[in-house]
Design a protein around this ligand. Structure first.
Ligand SMILES: Nc1ncnc2c1ncn2[C@@H]1O[C@H](COP(=O)(O)OP(=O)(O)OP(=O)(O)O)[C@@H](O)[C@H]1O
Length: 722
């Protein structure tokens, strides 16, 4: 029956009443049966069974495409998280020899004939996920795919399998058109761009001045194949890849001068950034090279190569992520120097990426006054070889002295603004109180039922995501479609149902955001959620996880245990995750039942005091008392571990765009946060804004000049002083 279905090229949908009915093993055995007919059809991306709203499982059993690039942003539940020990045990049981690499295990490719093998160990298995890539044939797939292939080889007593044995999701006509269009676009840009040797000296100098690369020679540009696309005056960086080093894509970089004479760059890639897996410069790396300098931009790689002669490659999306699919290409290097830029963000990224690459082979260039990014270092005539030599090992000892910390402390003092984290663009008041959004922190957010917690946090997270903070949503209460609709409305800042003709425009832009959703809904077990979060941090370098909300993890835990103890355990687990993964976790927790007319406080968070103790920040969406105007909300920060400032400011809700924006200044009187005793008699003053600096005496009257000055200053727009 299956065979008939396959031959007819149909898609088979299996719907199971009980989700457990179709589990992994069932699916594998099904595929094995198909394999014996030499027709294996299974999704090559992620877990082979994709979970869709908990009750339906789809098997795509038609189509002929080997690869399906990640087209969705949902993070599937890792059906059975795999460990490196299990992978090794399995491979040994199949009597396959392997090399234990830095991030991957290397085995001989099973997709090419023994006599045709150029490199005896060209199949790489990711030690964290079990995903594999054969560098000779570019066949990739999940750990389950590889197991199935090995089982079939053993069963059929074969030495190798055809690379076409693994077929992915069927490609729709639109997808096929899109792929062909992209290929044509790459060729069109490449053939209509010109090498620098064909550009007049004056024009070349003008372009180099625009991009601030006057010190980069034409010989270096030629070596890396960099061209000029004249119509937009963009630099064209080619992607040469695959066993034949053919042209796979291009990146176009344009430069604009801002009013402050700073140069800003915009880049565009073909194919789109999600499928643009180019390590720029890789085609120039020799098979025997054992050292590489990893940079955050193509121009930095040009600078390093020219100044030091060392092999250098650039990450395709700069410091925002290191996709695991690139790890096999970095396995040959015994030493990797990460010089990702000259700011704190690059420094943080280099520490995170070195974990994926294997700490013991990595050394990091610490940004600083004397160590800007490579292209700037070249422009300033610095000695790049010396900077690389001064890089520090990524593997740090458990016990350190101040001598080892002093540079870190100096860096923090020098870059206070960057250390404070990413600033919100839509919530300047939050920047004034919290100073920014930092990695590795835990934020607890609460507010009355139905007050708009999800709606607010959605905009709060979207704002950060639009600035490049890789975000993962765990929305257990409302489904991902509804959540994405809210976010898209907030992104477009308008009611899209009335402007459907604009839908594609906004959806295209929205799709570019580094935004991912867990495919969970309803009650979940904390272990599955944490496994998925870890999986996503590894795959997508997630910086911010939003959990809406904690109550959806409580139901699955042991009911005989006290529910406060369960909550404490869950909060502790999120705290640990945030610290260990250098990832910010925002946790929505329902408040305990309070009197209707009482404002919420830190102590109103449901459960014991553990949540507020573990949290770095506590945010409360206040609905009552503070405002006389009905429906008006305020956001109160009651804890801020970073610098202690707490405060409250009003939020205006715009129903058409589902956004909260600060009300017009001057309309609202300043007000201080009431102390507990004052709170009792507090009548509530509407729409007020206040920031209390750590160490200030709360009891001080708002009218006192020094206090008023302080709060007024803080209420001012720092740019205009108004
Ligand atoms: N400030 C506001 N004024 C009026 N309506 C609002 C406001 N904020 C959100 N809403 C609307 O209220 C409804 C509930 O919002 P939301 O789901 O964000 O609340 P919640 O606090 O997360 O709810 P729950 O307590 O069930 O988790 C939505 O329809 C939303 O558009």
């Amino acid at each position: 029956m299956w065979r008939n279905l396959l031959l007819k090229g149909t898609t088979c949908v299996l719907q199971a009443a009980d989700p457990m009915f179709l589990h992994q093993r069932h699916f594998s055995s099904l595929c094995l049966r198909l394999l014996t007919h030499r027709l294996i059809h299974r999704p090559s991306r992620g877990p082979s069974v994709q979970r869709l709203w908990g009750t339906r499982y789809f098997l795509a059993l038609s189509g002929t495409r080997t690869l399906k690039k990640d087209a969705t942003s949902t993070v599937d539940f890792p059906v059975s998280p795999i460990t490196v020990t299990e992978i090794k045990q399995y491979i040994r049981s199949k009597e396959i020899v392997f090399h234990d690499g830095y991030s991957c295990l290397h085995i001989p490719s099973i997709f090419i004939n023994f006599s045709d093998r150029k490199d005896s160990f060209s199949l790489f298995i990711d030690k964290t996920t079990g995903q594999f890539l054969c560098k000779d044939t570019l066949v990739e797939g999940s750990w389950e795919d590889l197991q199935d292939c090995l089982e079939v080889m053993q069963k059929e007593e074969q030495d190798f399998l055809s690379p076409h044995v693994l077929l992915g999701y069927p490609e729709t006509v639109e997808e096929q058109d899109e792929r062909e269009r992209e290929l044509r676009e790459v060729q069109r840009i490449w053939s209509s761009s010109v090498p620098f040797s064909d550009v007049s000296e004056d024009e070349a100098l003008l372009i180099k001045t625009m991009f601030q690369i006057t010190k980069v020679s034409n010989a270096t540009l030629k070596k890396f194949g960099v061209r000029l696309f004249k119509p937009t005056k963009s630099l064209v960086f080619p992607w040469f890849g695959g066993p034949d080093s053919s042209l796979k894509g291009v990146k176009l970089l344009s430069a604009q001068n801002t009013v402050t004479d700073k140069v800003t760059y915009t880049e565009a890639t073909v194919p789109k950034c999600g499928s643009y897996h180019n390590l720029f410069g890789l085609h120039l790396v020799g098979r025997m090279d054992s050292e590489v300098v990893l940079t955050g931009s193509e121009m930095d790689t040009l600078a390093v190569s020219q100044a030091t002669g060392l092999p250098s490659v650039a990450l395709p999306r700069g410091v925002s992520c290191l996709p695991p699919i690139l790890l096999p290409y970095l396995e040959q290097f015994k030493r990797v120097t990460l010089w990702l830029g000259g700011d704190i963000r690059s420094w943080e990224a280099s520490k995170i990426f070195s974990r994926k690459l294997g700490l013991r082979r990595c050394s990091l260039v610490r940004p600083g006054e004397y160590r800007p990014c490579p292209v700037e270092a070249l422009a300033q005539g610095k000695n790049l070889s010396r900077i690389i030599k001064s890089s520090i090992p990524a593997a740090h000892k458990s016990i350190v002295s101040f001598k080892q910390l002093r540079e870190d402390v100096y860096g923090e003092l020098l870059n206070t603004d960057q250390v404070a984290g990413v600033k919100w663009t839509r919530f300047p008041e939050l920047n004034r109180i919290l100073k920014g959004h930092r990695k590795g922190e835990l934020t607890v957010f609460t507010g009355p039922t139905g007050s708009g917690k999800t709606t607010f946090i959605s905009e709060f997270a979207l704002d950060l995501c639009m600035q490049g903070v890789n975000t993962l949503w765990g929305s257990f209460e409302i489904n991902n479609v509804r959540l994405a609709k809210i976010m898209l409305t907030q992104f477009a800042m308008q009611r899209l149902e009335e402007n459907l003709e604009q839908y594609d425009f906004w959806a295209d832009k929205f799709e570019e955001l580094p935004l991912y959703f867990m495919t969970f809904h309803g009650q979940q077990n904390i272990k599955s959620v944490l496994d998925t979060m870890e999986h996503a941090v590894y795959l997508y370098d997630i910086n911010h996880v939003v959990i809406d909300n904690l109550q959806f993890m409580m139901g699955q835990e042991n009911l005989s245990v006290d529910k406060f103890a369960v909550q404490d355990h869950i909060v502790g687990a999120f705290r640990k995750f945030a610290t260990n993964s250098s990832c910010h976790v925002t946790l929505i927790i329902h408040p305990r039942k309070e009197e209707d007319d009482r404002e919420l406080q830190t102590a109103s968070i449901f459960g014991s005091a553990k949540a507020s103790q573990e949290a770095d920040n506590v945010l409360i969406l206040q609905e009552k008392k503070l405002v006389t105007c009905p429906g008006r909300r305020s956001l109160q920060v009651t804890k801020n571990r970073f610098d202690g400032d707490v405060g409250i400011f009003p939020l205006d809700f715009l129903k058409s765009s589902l956004t909260f924006s600060a009300p017009v200044k001057g309309k609202h009187k300043l007000r201080k946060v009431p102390s507990k005793s004052e709170e009792e008699e507090n009548e509530g003053s509407e729409g007020s804004e206040v920031v209390v600096k750590k160490g200030e005496v709360k009891k001080e009257k708002a009218e006192k000049p020094n206090k008023t000055t302080k709060t007024r200053q803080l209420a001012q727009n720092p740019a205009t002083g108004k």
